[in-house]
Design a protein around this ligand. Structure first.
Ligand code: HEM
Length: 460
């Protein structure tokens, strides 16, 4: 199949080349684009092995793992968004001043006087929101395809570990976004961080000290701004870069995306019944019946294609599409900037950033009074329940006993109840986020999305 594809590509590209030559476009076209195509499998392999960046990828990948409908390329989109954030964030650092007196004014300058400053800030902000959403969706797809499980017992395979690295990446992505939220130092920023850190402080024993360390005191002030700035611009991006690099290296160590396991399962089914000569001996190797030889044969099967150009072209398409969508959204949705932060004026309602609104809702739901005793919702909804969710996510791969045949497939029958439980939790998080975002008005009362409420009434 791969050979057919290569020869088809060759046929169409030579037709194109002839056409271009006929139209005398070749020199110009070649100057403007990268027209290189490998002539042989060797050349394709060398292109990957000899290149510093491409060296990260294997020389060959399974065609199925490149399909658009299996992974939706959500991991790659997350990585591209992180790249956009690093580039735009790096430029923003030249223009932003992390001091309580100057922060708001420097962001205002970006919005209204620096050339294309609004665009730079907007692109950074939109990519940050998109990254939170896309990383979450990537986790959902990994879970639903059972891609956190080991398949064939290949040496060094440890998908559960990569899933745990993923959980850490999701938490760091949330923290990255949260720490960035404070930097504009406007009312939205100040009060979102106030609500967020208040939830964190309700943890028993560690709550208050954690808030104190994070804020650099008991209130949000200069010490908080500089802490959030260093975390946001240096420590958390560095941690993300290190973990993403390890995460992607692990995908390779784990034998590629989990959908490749299906090949091994199919190969196992077609395996001849145990024959007398099946052996680990020299005889088995020459006869092709030894386990190692069979593994090699499967590894080298025909559904694999050279990473260059098959993977590289798709990577380029995903990178380009992610960049274009982020730019279009930046042009459509202007980044908000409210009045400068004012600790004396509390907006009503005061909301956490949108990705923590399901927590704020949980806090509301779990705060109630029984027989004159008020149950502390911040502890149950803000700490215990999310803590249980994170712990369950970390431990899940070790308790999930679904069969190997369910790995790397969407909605397999064998994982019906696991996927149902997971989807119910995801749906609950999404519904609570929706309620928190669109249905909570002044004094945290419920309003229908189409109902108006008086804009930002003040509570002093
Ligand atoms: C900054 C965040 C993240 C980045 C940049 C990232 C990147 C990637 C990439 C590029 C891949 C391979 C291609 C693909 O599946 O799209 C991948 C696979 C994987 N990711 Fe992530 N990821 C992130 C977060 C997560 C999270 C939150 C989880 C789960 C909690 C996770 C678990 C996994 C697993 C288990 C695989 C292997 C999937 C398979 O074998 O099919 N990742 N990731």
């Amino acid at each position: 199949m791969a050979t057919e594809e290569i020869s088809e590509t060759k046929a169409s590209s030579s037709l194109l080349a002839t056409l271009r030559e006929k139209l005398a476009l070749k020199p110009m076209w070649e100057k403007l684009t990268w027209t290189w195509k490998p002539e042989t499998k060797r050349e394709a392999g060398d292109a990957v092995v000899r290149n510093f960046v491409l060296h990260w990828f294997p020389a060959k990948v399974s065609l199925e793992s490149l399909s658009w409908g299996y992974s939706f390329w959500l991991g790659t989109i997350s990585a591209v968004l992180f790249l956009i954030l690093t580039i735009t964030g790096g430029i923003l650092m030249f223009l932003y001043v992390p001091s309580v007196e100057r922060a708001y004014l420097s962001v205002k300058d970006l919005e209204f006087s620096t050339s294309y400053g609004w665009f730079l800030r907007g692109l950074h902000r939109i990519s940050a929101h998109l990254m939170v959403a896309v990383v979450f969706l990537h986790m959902v797809r990994v879970f639903l395809t059972g891609a956190f499980k080991n398949g064939r017992k290949a040496v060094g395979q440890n998908r559960p570990l990569n899933w745990i690295v993923g959980v850490a990446l999701l938490l760091i992505t949330l923290l990255l976004s949260f720490t960035g939220y404070l930097l504009p130092w406007d009312q939205l920023a100040y009060w979102a961080i106030t609500v967020g850190t208040n939830i964190a402080s309700s943890a028993p024993v560690f709550g208050d000290p954690t808030r104190f360390i994070l804020l650099g005191g008991t209130t949000i002030e200069q010490a908080t701004l500089i802490r959030f700035y260093v975390l946001h611009c240096f420590l958390l991006p560095l941690a993300t870069f290190g973990l993403v690099s390890y995460h992607m290296w692990r995908v390779r160590k784990d034998g590629g995306l989990a959908c490749t396991e299906k090949r091994y399962e199919e190969a196992k089914k077609q395996e001849q019944p145990a024959i007398a000569s099946k052996t680990y001996s020299l005889l088995g190797i020459t006869g092709g019946t030894a386990v190692d030889v069979q593994n090699v044969m499967i590894d080298d099967e025909e559904d694999k294609v050279p990473s260059s150009p098959y993977l590289t072209v798709r990577l380029a398409v995903v990178t380009l599409a992610t960049t274009i969508v982020s730019i279009l959204l930046t042009l459509l949705v202007r980044a908000p900037l409210e009045e400068a932060a004012n600790p004396a004026v509390t907006p009503n309602p005061a909301k956490a950033p949108w990705y923590f609104l399901w927590l704020q809702e949980l806090v509301t739901i779990t705060t109630f009074t029984v027989g004159g005793i008020t149950i502390n919702g911040a502890l149950i909804g803000g700490i215990i329940l999310p803590g249980v969710l994170v712990a369950a996510a970390v431990l899940w791969p070790y308790f999930d006993k679904s069969p190997v045949s369910s790995i790397g497939r969407w909605f397999p029958k064998e994982r019906k109840w696991q996927n149902r439980v997971f989807l119910i939790i995801v749906a609950a998080i999404l519904i609570l986020t929706f309620i928190g975002t669109y249905m909570r008005g002044p004094f945290w009362e419920i309003y229908m999305p189409w109902q108006e409420w008086e804009q930002t009434p003040r509570r002093f």
